[in-house]
Design a protein. Structure first.
Length: 419
């Protein structure tokens, strides 16, 4: 066992709550198609789900505390975007640097106008007046869903949006999630909800309520458990306030989706390239400069380079396995997370494999499956199986591959090997 397992942060020092977990049924919540515009409330057929949502909505609307809840991407840790103390409590529970701004989650365009811009009674002709035209095609097709856009921060004289959500940027980030539990919570509290992913800072994002409990137990009062998140990586963050527009964080919608759906303005959308940003530079998406998605175990990412056959790839992996295992003293448990070529690899073909306990798990057969399983697989081998070393087979950076490889590179820090 490695020393790093013994020096995990001591959670007990700041335990403030008995964290309650309430089950909710997403399938019992129905929104009308027009609700994204007019803000009409959902119908909730399951009484327990309704009760749990009302309890969570009360915490968001009437207290300074936070609630973890499922979204279609990952679980979020939410507090009122309009209340400084709630935002402080989010940063505190996650132990997150406060110069990393938060996304405000809204349930409808009506709510954005009323609660962030203090404008009521807008009709069909001016309902989108607070959203620049560059975004209109995207949001008409992709909201509700995993798309986050940047908007100019409204003047403090007309808005109570907490400055702490924006970390002093001239813009704020906003999205309408498609997960019915998330949207119902925002609609019932009638409050824009600031919500980062509900993991402890630096850890992989949570896609199950049990991941949230593992990281934040004792630090928050309530977790709504709505099952596994379907998308599995965070929302795509885009900046359409500059020209050419920028994809700041690849996520649940692909770069190809944005370019194909966004209209001519998005045709030459650039991808923010983190490799060229220096440590002390002010970046467009500050979250990108921090350590992220890091399991306790060492992660080695196999970066697809040329398209060899399966036999060549597996033989190449044998060399990598020999080299990497030799570098770690007292190595006991190893996980191999496979995608295309390492699926079905024979363990007996690996040098000294009898000395180790080796687990082989597939991440999935296609981009969507791999994306949905990614964080849960990393957490499982790290937190449940307690392996010392994780090999992950990467995928090409197209479609879902861009978001998957973005997360995996951070999980692996600098341990990336051409494969
Ligand atoms: O899917 C998601 O987006 C999830 C769920 C809970 O909605 N939330 C999430 O939040 O991933 P978080 O805080 O883990 O990531 C938000 C990202 C960060 O990279 C942050 O730097 C960026 O959005 N961001 C927020 N406001 C920004 C702004 N004004 N300008 C540039 N980037 C911003
Ligand atoms: Mg996060």
């Amino acid at each position: 066992m490695f020393i790093r397992r013994l020096i995990r942060p001591n959670m007990s020092s700041s335990l403030r709550f008995h964290t309650k977990v309430l089950q909710v049924k997403p399938e019992s919540i129905t929104f009308s198609p027009n609700s994204i515009w007019d803000g009409s409330l959902p119908v909730i057929s399951d009484p327990e789900t309704k009760q749990a949502l009302l309890e969570a909505a009360h915490i968001i609307r009437d207290t300074d505390e936070t609630v973890a809840f499922p979204t279609e991407t990952v679980y979020g840790l939410g507090g009122s975007s309009l209340n400084d103390q709630s935002v402080i409590n989010i940063y505190k529970a996650k132990n997150r640097p406060s110069d990393n701004p938060l996304i405000s989650h809204i349930s409808s365009i009506d709510q954005l106008n009323r609660k962030i811009y203090s404008e009521t009674g807008l009709g069909p002709s001016d309902i989108l007046k607070n959203i620049p035209e560059s975004y209109h095609k995207l949001i008409e097709k992709l909201w509700p869903g995993p798309l986050t856009i940047l908007l100019p921060v409204p003047p403090a004289s007309t808005s109570t949006l907490s400055k702490l959500t924006t970390a002093d940027q001239p813009t704020f980030a906003v999205r309408i999630p498609s997960d019915p539990v998330a949207r119902a919570l925002i609609a019932l509290s009638d409050t824009p909800i600031a919500a980062p992913s509900a993991n402890a800072s630096t850890r992989p994002s949570p896609t199950l309520a049990s991941h949230v409990y593992h990281d934040l137990q004792g630090k928050i009062p309530l977790i709504l458990d709505g099952g596994a998140c379907k998308v599995g990586v965070e929302s795509t963050v885009v900046d359409g306030l500059c020209s050419p527009p920028l994809l700041l964080r690849p996520g649940g919608f692909t770069y190809e989706d944005i370019v194909n759906i966004g209209g001519s303005f998005w045709k030459d959308c650039k991808v923010e390239n983190m490799k060229t940003i220096k440590a002390n530079e002010k970046v467009r998406t500050p979250g990108m400069k921090y350590k992220h998605y890091a399991p306790s175990a060492k992660v080695v990412l196999l970066e697809p380079s040329k398209d060899d056959g399966k036999l060549e790839k597996q033989s190449h992996f044998k060399d990598i396995f020999r080299r990497e295992t030799a570098q770690i003293p007292n190595l006991q448990k190893i996980a191999i997370l496979t995608t295309k070529y390492l699926d079905g690899i024979s363990l007996s073909s690996l040098d000294d494999s009898h000395l180790y306990n080796i687990l082989v798990k597939t991440l999935g057969q296609n981009g969507e499956e791999i994306q949905a399983n990614l964080f849960a697989a990393l957490r499982h081998v790290d937190e449940e199986d307690k392996v010392d070393l994780i090999f992950v087979e990467g995928i090409p950076e197209e479609d879902e591959g861009l978001a998957v490889m973005n997360r995996l590179r951070k999980a692996a820090a600098n341990n990336c090997i051409d494969f």
